[in-house]
Write a protein that binds this ligand. Structure first.
Ligand code: ADP
Ligand code: MG
Length: 448
């Protein structure tokens, strides 16, 4: 089938699957660009749309595309500001440099290419950590070894750690940089021990020139893991390779951590990162918006920074506001921020800790349905609708992943969760009832 027609066919199928505002906002602005070397390139009008399509609809579109081609066809979206709505699709030839970008990304394995030093805003709460991370990336293994960064959720530990990796790779692309989380490390050790392949594991880690272990507190309490970890650490350290750790607390407060590990951690440079203040939150929002191709007005960034004090929710809130503006076809404004984030009316206490269970309880109370029903297999509408509301809230308010939400909800798979989130997303803009429901549920999470 003619690739241009194929894309129109995919679009018509999508139109049936997603709600009308979603289709109008995101898909009507896509345009077939090229089909070369088994790569279909689709143009979209701006980076936010690209991000939303890639993060939420990619698999769906991929499976539709696969229906029209027998072989594995790669699908690539690229931003092209000239793409306008309602333009008739036509073939256009574009270089497939994106494919290369993906290859490079793969090479960087676990590193997020946006987590660079350039994209990291510096203020009093993190300047020490920033300076140390910079120094380490200049001369890995020579300045501070190990470097141990600790601090609360969302303060930028993972970002800084990855910036070190990216910077080292930028300067010396052949350096063996390994990034992994304490949890992945633990799982790999356990698997290796179980399958008697510890030698492979040892080779992989011991040859690292820069080893980045994120959330190292996770290894505490697991004895075999700690032992293997200690020897790996020792071997790497003795070879003069750089090691960087992050943790949610200082070594002295990690319980069930072997003493010898604690003293190794403390033998390096320990730096804490504090929660970002208002100025820094504003700067972070401006950076995040720019990454998405948006020039966020200062007053909007400040309003958002005022509303959202939890660092981890900053980006999610920004995406919500940008998405809502697209869906509602409204310009960004202070009142839109209020409508979407809307904490002012709710007088949220400072540092208001949000947990999934607060939302479970609030949804349960609002719809008068037991929490166990929400987690149960039943698909009866009186339960499934509140469950979808809950999915939506967990996704947007807590930024949980689809898989995390699925498992909190009694082991549902991520596509079910995605469907629920999308359904409510499209209702939010059209149904006053849903808006009111969400508003009172959010209130319930505050005034238990
Ligand atoms: P942590 O690992 O400490 O929980 P992350 O590094 O995952 O936090 O940061 C959470 C989000 O906030 C990421 O999107 C990150 O890019 C962003 N962020 C945090 N601090 C900064 C900063 N100083 N400048 C830019 N972005 C930041
Ligand atoms: Mg982290």
């Amino acid at each position: 089938m003619d690739p241009v027609k194929t894309w129109s066919a995919v679009l018509s199928e999508l139109e049936l699957k997603v709600s009308r505002p979603i289709f109008a906002a995101f898909f009507s602005k896509t345009k077939f660009s090229s089909f070369e070397n088994d790569v279909i390139t689709i143009k979209v009008s701006n980076p936010l749309i690209k991000e939303i399509i890639e993060s939420r609809y990619f698999l769906e579109i991929k499976s539709l595309v696969a229906k029209y081609y027998n072989k594995e066809t790669a699908l690539v979206f690229k931003v092209d500001g000239t793409v306008k709505k309602e333009e008739s699709p036509g073939p256009l030839f574009a270089p497939i440099s994106r494919v290369r970008v993906f290859e490079d990304l793969a090479k960087l394995s676990h590193l997020n290419r946006f987590y660079t030093f350039e994209n990291f805003a510096v203020s009093s709460s993190n300047q020490m950590a920033y300076a140390a991370a910079r120094a380490v990336s200049q001369l890995p293994g020579h300045s501070y070894n190990p470097l141990f960064l600790y601090g609360g959720v969302g303060v930028g530990k993972t970002h800084l750690m990855q910036a070190i990796g990216l910077e080292v790779l930028k300067k010396q692309p052949n350096t063996k940089v390994i990034f992994c989380t304490g949890e992945e490390f633990t799982n790999e050790i356990i698997d290796a021990i179980r399958s008697k392949t510890t030698y492979r594991f040892k080779n992989k880690f011991r040859n690292a020139q820069v080893l980045l272990i994120d959330d190292v507190q996770f290894i505490a309490g697991k004895n075999a893991v700690q032992e293997e970890f200690f020897y790996t650490f020792d071997a790497i350290y003795r070879r003069g390779s750089q090691i960087v750790f992050t943790s949610d607390r200082p070594p002295s407060e990690i319980s069930k951590l072997e003493e010898r590990l604690r003293s190794r951690f403390e033998g390096g440079l320990l730096i804490d990162i504090q929660q970002p203040g208002f100025e820094l939150r504003t700067a972070i929002l401006l950076i995040k918006a720019r990454q998405k191709g948006f020039d966020l007005p200062m007053n909007i960034a400040q309003e958002l920074a005022l509303e959202v004090s939890d660092a981890r929710r900053l980006e999610g809130s920004l995406i919500r506001v940008l998405t809502e503006a697209q869906v509602r076809k409204e310009p960004l404004s202070l009142s839109l921020v209020q409508k979407v984030i809307g904490t002012k009316q709710q007088a949220r206490p400072l540092g208001y800790p949000l947990s999934p269970s607060a939302f479970f309880n609030a949804v349960s109370k609002h719809y008068n349905i037991k929490v166990s029903f929400l987690k149960s297999k039943t698909r009866a509408r009186p339960v499934s609708f509140p469950r979808q509301i809950l999915m939506y809230l967990l996704r947007l308010e807590l930024n949980l992943s689809l898989n995390e939400i699925g498992s909190l909800l009694g082991g549902r798979d991520h596509s079910t969760v995605l469907h629920g989130v999308e359904k409510i997303t499209s209702l939010v803009s059209s149904s006053e009832k849903v808006q009111k429901d969400l508003f009172s549920i959010k209130n319930l999470t505050v005034n238990k």
